[in-house]
Write a protein that binds this ligand. Structure first.
Ligand code: GLU
Length: 409
């Protein structure tokens, strides 16, 4: 099942609960604009390389569209569209005044030099600069992109439009970025894991955790959990999966990755097969890497009681049904990883006001936004006897639907 079919199925499930009319369903599922561009550039060796770039603008009923840019060799139109619609529901679930979009280039950034990565980014901005902007559509980091890429984007965009720091978020601090944006997604995952455990009479201190993916989201999630006294028993990245029954030394693992770029050769723990991480006997499982990793084939083997979707779309719908049957509580991506876009919103607000917040304020506002949304989702799920994901989608669809009706066509 594709990422797009997955999001549509989750949407349909929630739409069924509120009896959404077929016309409204069609309106909310149809993207506003799909942009596909050629990104041509000269490689360091003088050869010409051509890549395909996308910006999918799903919905702007609640405000300018918002969403990350993914540089990955598996990026395609359908996946980007799925991720764009996920952004529409995500921004609505946390109640920030944005719609949803997503972009990407089908390229493996690990095969490019720093100079080539800069070129590919600038050429892409040349192609899409007229459809993005602070009041239209605001890109941000996602898989394969980071603050440096955002710096090139703002610089290239400003060549066309003049000084415009709010045209992209996730920028470096020196270029109008926000303190706390880099840690925001992982911190949010940690905060929400804590909230979910608390609702179930548990606490982070007595919880064991496995995290798949040790990039931006995975590392900040692990650090937060570690700081709260939780035990991270397993972590993984492209360099392999590591397991330590007494808890991994997370600061040492982060330092190792900073120095060696992956967990390969991280020796203060045992190496296990990658797929084993998902089925470990832990309380909390956190997929924080690619989508579609929990499938019909492995869902029955998951032993964790709580699954936190730090990645976008890690659990396929058939697997979701199996997890529900097995009483695994799934905290859905549209809330679980919304800390990133929430602090992107704070960055955009600061850019518009030419006023900088300190880290303390950002963290406090982030915690408030996420816990308020969590409480609403939890009450709705309890009241209607529906899974957390359906409740989150109900909140999202309800808000986007009402905005659409109130504004009129
Ligand atoms: N790429 C992140 C996401 O999937 C962040 C998006 C943003 O900050 O706009 O939510």
């Amino acid at each position: 099942m594709s990422a797009l079919e997955s999001v549509c199925r989750y949407f349909e499930e929630a739409a069924g609960v509120i009896d959404l009319s077929p016309n409204m369903k069609k309106l909310l599922l149809t993207p506003e604009r799909e942009v596909k561009v050629q990104v041509a550039m000269k490689l360091d060796n003088g050869e010409i390389a051509t890549f395909v770039g996308y910006r999918m603008q799903h919905n702007s009923a609640r405000g300018p569209m918002k969403g990350g840019l993914r540089f990955h060799h598996e990026v395609d139109a359908e996946e980007v569209l799925a991720l764009a619609s996920l952004m529409t529901w995500k921004t609505a679930v946390v109640g920030i005044p944005y719609g949803g979009a997503k972009g990407g280039i089908s390229v493996d950034p690990r095969n490019l030099s720093e100079g080539e990565l800069e070129q590919v980014t600038r050429r892409f901005v040349d192609e899409i600069q007229d459809v993005i902007g602070p009041d239209k559509d605001i890109p941000a980091p996602d898989m394969g992109t980071n603050a440096q890429v955002m710096a090139w984007i703002v610089n290239q965009y400003e060549k066309f439009h003049g000084f415009n720091p709010a045209c992209v978020t996730g920028k470096p601090l020196e270029l109008h970025g926000a303190d706390g944006r880099e840690e925001a997604t992982g911190r949010g995952v940690g905060l929400l894991t804590e909230a979910l455990l608390k609702k179930n009479g548990r606490s982070m201190k007595d919880a064991t955790v496995a995290i798949q993916g040790f990039g931006n989201v995975g590392t900040f999630t692990a650090a937060y959990i570690h700081d709260c006294g939780g035990k991270v028993l397993a972590i993984s990245d492209v360099g392999g999966a590591k397991y330590e029954p007494n808890g991994i030394d997370i600061p040492a693992a982060i330092e190792h990755v900073q120095q060696h770029r992956s967990l390969a050769d991280f020796e203060s723990s045992h190496t296990i097969p990658n797929e084993e991480l998902l089925t470990l006997d832990v309380d909390v499982l956190i997929p924080a890497a690619l989508g579609g990793v929990v499938t019909r084939e492995n869902a029955d083997e998951i032993r964790a009681r709580y699954l936190i979707e730090a990645a976008n779309g890690p659990v396929l719908p058939d697997a979701d049904d199996i997890l529900q049957r097995n009483n695994v509580i799934v905290l859905p991506d549209v809330l679980a990883n919304a800390g990133g876009v929430t602090v992107s919103y704070f960055e955009w607000v600061q850019n518009q006001q030419y006023f900088r917040w300190d880290l303390e304020r950002t963290r406090a506002e982030l915690a408030k936004t996420l816990t308020d949304s969590f409480e609403k989702m939890w009450s709705l799920a309890t009241e209607k006897h529906i899974p957390l994901r359906t409740a989150a989608y109900l909140m999202g669809i309800g808000r986007v639907g009402r905005a659409t009706v109130l504004a009129g066509i």
